[in-house]
Structures are given as structure tokens and as C-alpha cells.
Ligand binder design. Structure first.
Ligand SMILES: Cc1ncc(COP(=O)(O)O)c(C=O)c1O
Length: 400
């Protein structure tokens, strides 16, 4: 058999899916596992949205659509961005794809050339697909460390030292996965000041958790003076509307919309037609359900943060958004004789029946900040309570 391409060999993965495979194997064997490892809302998609999709099927919306989406969804996204980001977005600047994820690859492919030394800066710890796409497409990955001491935001001086004439793309993710950290308006203004002098530098603003901000309003870098033109605003229906499996995401940028449209034509042709109608309803219809879900996530955040801070060896900051917490478990590792967070994670899964992810699943551990594990609190209050109890029991039993 011939060799696979370097591109394919460089392609990474999302380890949440690998750990999920282990969890499913344990569940199939009858083990009781409380899982905090998957990043998707545990709520059903609201009824009005499901009904819109059913109606679309009955109305015969079965065929291909234009690659960037039906006019109604592009219009709905443009209005949604205009109302939630504080910038004027036009429907022709919006491209709809099969989730938010594909736009990460489309952006890297559209803005960097293979082996040309084009650099892409992205948050570390961060969503693993950033690095995977950057490497596979022959660009240079540049990690920007998030600091626990800064509430899981990076140091602006650190960003300044990493940006240069070869930097083509800066990926921001706020609220962030895996830390839940949120960039403030002041920090976004500081980032804009650093980016502004570099003509060829674009920003990919991953805003898939924009609907899950707990303190104050969501802020987008696109609203900073001079930033909209160079910012790809990327969001999706997945998290805000509990629609992960429907696979609808949307990106907006005037200059790049035609390029993204060609990528969609070359890959998926178009996102699923009835699902586009469902998202028209999600964006234009009543917002009580998504707001209700957000309020429940907020209560869960408070519950899990308080509970984790009572587990010996765990220290957990209260994040401002998304549905993740990223407690520091350096002390817990020492107490139970685990060499690092990955060893602790495995022991929590196989000995305590609690499934989480660890630093290694989100990049290069930030050495000075110690070890962390990620909990997704997209699970019921009962599961959170039971999981916290299992952690307490595990620490009690295993502390040396
Ligand atoms: C930061 C981040 N970006 C993008 C995505 C992809 O979302 P989607 O389901 O819209 O493709 C995720 C999903 O977990 C994510 O955490």
C-alpha cells in the first residue's frame, strides 16, 4: 500500500471523541460512569425549531440549496450578528456551513499557503482542531498561552511578541473551550491595537459560545474600530440552540464570503436544506428557550465550581462563559501520586467512574500554571452532585 500524504499524517483529532469511545466501552460493560467529557448541551432542541424543520420537509424543501445557504438563513444570520455584535452585517457577507467547525479549516486554507512560513496564532489550551488544521495545511502553528492568573486570558505582551509580518491569522475563542474564559472589551481593544498595524493579519473569532456569557453582554472583536473588515465572525446553532447534530454554522466576512462559498461548493455542496429552515426559526423565533438553557447552565456553573473547590486538592476559578470549568488539580495529582493530569484523568475514569478530559487533550500544558482537567457541565444537577461525591470519595480513599 502507498503512503498517506504528509497532510493526512499531520492531521490531528479531537480527543473528546476518543475518550468518549472509552466511556462507551465501559458503559457497554455495565459500568456506571458519570461523564463530564462531551461539549454539547443535554437539552433537546426546542420544539418550535424542530417543527420548522418538519414543516420544511413537508413543504418539499428537499433539494440542494445555494452553497452559502438559502437567502432566508443568510438574512437571519446577518440580522442576528448585527443585533448581537454591534456591527452592521449584510446577508451577502454570510456563508452557512455544516457547523462552525468547517470554517476553521476554510479560514486556514483561504489565508495561508502550504510550507510558505505563514503563521497562525491560536489559544493554548484551546480547541484541538485549530492546531490540527493549521498543521495539516502546512502553516506554522504558534501557541498563545492562556494564563490562569489572568482568568484564562492571554497576556497582551505575549501576543505582541508573537505577531510578525508572517502572521496571517489570529484565532480567538471567547467564551473559550476548555477554560470558559471570556475576553473583556478592554482586552479586545488591546488585541485590536496590536493587530491593526499588520495589513495581512486576519482574525478568526470563534464565537460558538456567544449565547453562553454569564456576566454582562457578549463582546466581539469585530466591533472594535477597523476590525470588522479583517474579522471572520464564526458562530453556530450548536451550543446556543442545543442543535449540535443539525450541523449548521455561519461565518461572516465581506472579502472572504466568496472564498468560503467556493470551499462549501467543493466539499459539502450546501448544508442540509430542512436544517437551514430550522435555524431560520432558531434565529428569528422566540428566544425564551435558549435564555432558559443559559440560566440553567449558569446555576450549574455555580454548583460545580463551589463543589469542586470543596474537593481536596482541586482549585477552580469561576469562568464567565461556555459550559466548561478547568480546575487546577496540581495538588490533587500530588496527593494521590499521579504524575500529571492525564494520569489523574485515567484514574478518575477507571477507579472513580468520572469521565473528564485533561491538559494534553487541548494542547501543550502551560507548565507554570500546573495541571488541569476539563469538566463539561452540560449534564444534570443530579449528575453533577453524584460526580462531585465520587471525586470526594476518590480523594479520600487515595490520598497518601
Ligand atoms: C471552540 C469551538 N469551536 C467550534 C466548535 C464546533 O462547533 P460546531 O458544532 O458548530 O461545529 C466547538 C465544538 O465543540 C468548539 O468548542
Amino acid at each position: 500500500m502507498g503512503e498517506l500524504s504528509k497532510r493526512t499524517r499531520d492531521l490531528g483529532t479531537e480527543n473528546a471523541f476518543v475518550v468518549l469511545g472509552d466511556v462507551n466501552q465501559l458503559l457497554a460493560k455495565g459500568e456506571k460512569i458519570i461523564s463530564f467529557c462531551i461539549g454539547q448541551p443535554d437539552f433537546p432542541t426546542p420544539d418550535n425549531i424542530c417543527n420548522a424543520a418538519i414543516q420544511a420537509i413537508r413543504d418539499g424543501h428537499h433539494g440542494y440549496t445555494p452553497s452559502p445557504g438559502i437567502p432566508e438563513i443568510r438574512e437571519a444570520v446577518a440580522k442576528f450578528y448585527t443585533r448581537t455584535r454591534g456591527v452592521q452585517v449584510n446577508a451577502e457577507d454570510v456563508v452557512v456551513g455544516c457547523g462552525g467547525k468547517p470554517f476553521i479549516g476554510y479560514a486556514v486554507l483561504s489565508l495561508t499557503d502550504y510550507n510558505a512560513g505563514h503563521e497562525v496564532i491560536y489559544p493554548n489550551p484551546g480547541f484541538p482542531i485549530y492546531k490540527s488544521q493549521v498543521k495539516a495545511h502546512g502553516a506554522v502553528p504558534v501557541e498563545l498561552n492562556l494564563r490562569e492568573s489572568k482568568g484564562f486570558v492571554f497576556d497582551l505582551d505575549d501576543l505582541k511578541s508573537k505577531v510578525n509580518g508572517n502572521t496571517r491569522l489570529l484565532i480567538l475563542c471567547s467564551p473559550g473551550n476548555p477554560t470558559g474564559g471570556v475576553l473583556s472589551k478592554e482586552e479586545l481593544a488591546g488585541i485590536a491595537d496590536i493587530v491593526r498595524p499588520y495589513e495581512n493579519l486576519w482574525i478568526y473569532s470563534d464565537e460558538v459560545y456567544s449565547g453562553l456569557v454569564y456576566d454582562g453582554e457578549f463582546q466581539s472583536i469585530s466591533a472594535m474600530p477597523g476590525m470588522q473588515e479583517r474579522t471572520i465572525i464564526a458562530d453556530s446553532a450548536s451550543k446556543t440552540f442545543a442543535m449540535t447534530g443539525w450541523r449548521i454554522g455561519y461565518a461572516a466576512n465581506k472579502a472572504l464570503a466568496p472564498a468560503f462559498t467556493r470551499w462549501v461548493t467543493n466539499t459539502d455542496s450546501c448544508p442540509a436544506h430542512p436544517n437551514q429552515w430550522a435555524v431560520v426559526e432558531a434565529l428569528n423565533g422566540p428566544q425564551d428557550k435558549p435564555l432558559e438553557m443559559r440560566d440553567i447552565f449558569l446555576q450549574r456553573r455555580d454548583k460545580i465550581v463551589d463543589g469542586l473547590n470543596q474537593v481536596p486538592g482541586f482549585q477552580c476559578l469561576k469562568p464567565g462563559g461556555a459550559f466548561y470549568v478547568w480546575p487546577n488539580v496540581t495538588e490533587a495529582c500530588k496527593m494521590v501520586g499521579a504524575e500529571n493530569s492525564e494520569e489523574l484523568r485515567k484514574r478518575l475514569l477507571y477507579e472513580a467512574g468520572v469521565a473528564v478530559l485533561a491538559d494534553v487533550h487541548f494542547g501543550t500544558p502551560v507548565v507554570k500554571d500546573g495541571w488541569h482537567i476539563r469538566f463539561s457541565y452540560a449534564s444534570s444537577f443530579e449528575a453533577i452532585e453524584a460526580g462531585l461525591q465520587k471525586l470526594q470519595d476518590f480523594m479520600k480513599k487515595n490520598t497518601r
